[in-house]
Design a protein around this ligand. Sequence first.
Ligand code: ATP
Ligand code: MG
Ligand code: MG
Ligand code: MG
Length: 485
Amino acid sequence: MRTAEIKRRFLAFFEANGHTVVPSAPLPAIDDPNLLFVNAGMVQFVPYFLGQVAPPFPRATSVQKVIRTPDIDEVGKTSRHGTFFQMNGNFSFGDYFKEKAITMAWDLSTKPQDQGGFGLDGDRLWATVYLDDDEAIDIWHKQIGLPLERIVRRGKKDNFWSMGIPGPCGPCSELFLDRGPEYGRDGGPDADEDRYMEFWNLVFMQFTRGAGTDKENYPILGELPAKSIDTGMGLERIASILQGVDNLYEIDEVRPILDRAAEMTGKQYGARSGHAASDSAPDDVRLRVIADHVRTALMLIGDGVIPSNEGRGYVLRRILRRAIRSVRLLGWNSPALPELLPVARDCMSPSYPELAEEYGRISQYAYGEEEAFLSTLRQGTTILDLAIDETRSAGGRTLSGDKAFALHDTYGFPIDLTLEIAAEQGLEVDTEGFRRLMSEQRSRAKADAQARKTGHADLSAYREVLDAGGKVDFTGYHEVSRETR
Ligand code: ATP
Ligand code: MG
Ligand code: MG
Ligand code: MG
């Protein structure tokens, strides 16, 4: 079943059950300085849960575009983590609660495919519940008929959900599919979360939380005005299940990017010994990272993020650079995005036609970023290799802060890349020294800015241009955007 069809079925099921279909919010989170990107389907509905805005409908359903940067290091290594993914969701704003949320999730999951469901085998499904949630256990066991051996109680880290920042939260119940012994160890979700793959989380929204980064220890401030439901089903995860592939990098919306990367670099994907992600060869992991990151960059630029040195733009820049570097590590030395990004566009534009319409603008940013990065790499890598050789031949194991700073300052070579390449060569970097030099430079820049403000700077060069050419209006913004339409 193609991903687009799974998405359609999900929305149709909940629409038939009285939910209003709501489009995805754009990826950059709005109005919240604590959240760079939307990280769950419920984000756009937060004011309804909190009772700050009266919901225009009691039930909603959506397929939300999501970015989870904390999962970036898992990409390619597990079978189930993407940086970008899509979250199917159904929501109740003070309307139905646990019982209906659980029964609808079970129905859609197990309903035969020829009747509009996903046709999962109920005998291979497991559920987790929050520690003291006997009510949820009763529903799973007595109403659904799930044997107690396949209902697992879990603590706050797994089964008490929040966005990670102040806002609504509550205990949750997750659905897992046992993919079988070829995917890993026996013993339920506690034993192996790649074999027992979580595909749907049902959150019983009931409380509000305060600040804190510890997942298991943040203050609960009070109760929501009404008990509500927020669910999230990973579209790529259910697609990997229904398409019979081992991981979400092999589904219809991602695999063609991976295949193109393998073809370009002459690598054979999937020469692993078994189905488990933990068996993967390093090149397979790299190919998955490339596929994931190229798709993520496409979706980010599509939603208006542009590469820069801070905030969202910096996340995008790092994702693009990691994709580019991974292709190079597989032996490809020319620009890679002109080969890969159009494939990602073709995978995603059936669901997001704006990606095809705006491809001119999207590719301009992406290709421009790659060119700039490749020229930085060319210069910086030579200098870094030299610095690494010098450090080694002097018997050292740590690259000096001076050298890391010079690379950054003179060649624009990013420190995270210096750290990565040094680590590959078995060296550490004096990041303490690097940071000291950075902050000294910042103080100097501040002093310079102060000097300019007070007029102690030489502006005569600008004066000459103005005298020779007269005043010019800058038309770059609308000229460029017109051209890319
Ligand atoms: P996991 O424990 O596997 O990391 P999670 O518990 O962090 O998942 P939730 O916050 O409950 O995930 O998100 C709801 C659903 O979104 C999950 O049940 C899963 O299907 C999907 N999901 C979560 N993270 C990712 C990801 N990085 N890539 C793809 N799908 C994801
Ligand atoms: Mg997670
Ligand atoms: Mg989980
Ligand atoms: Mg979960």
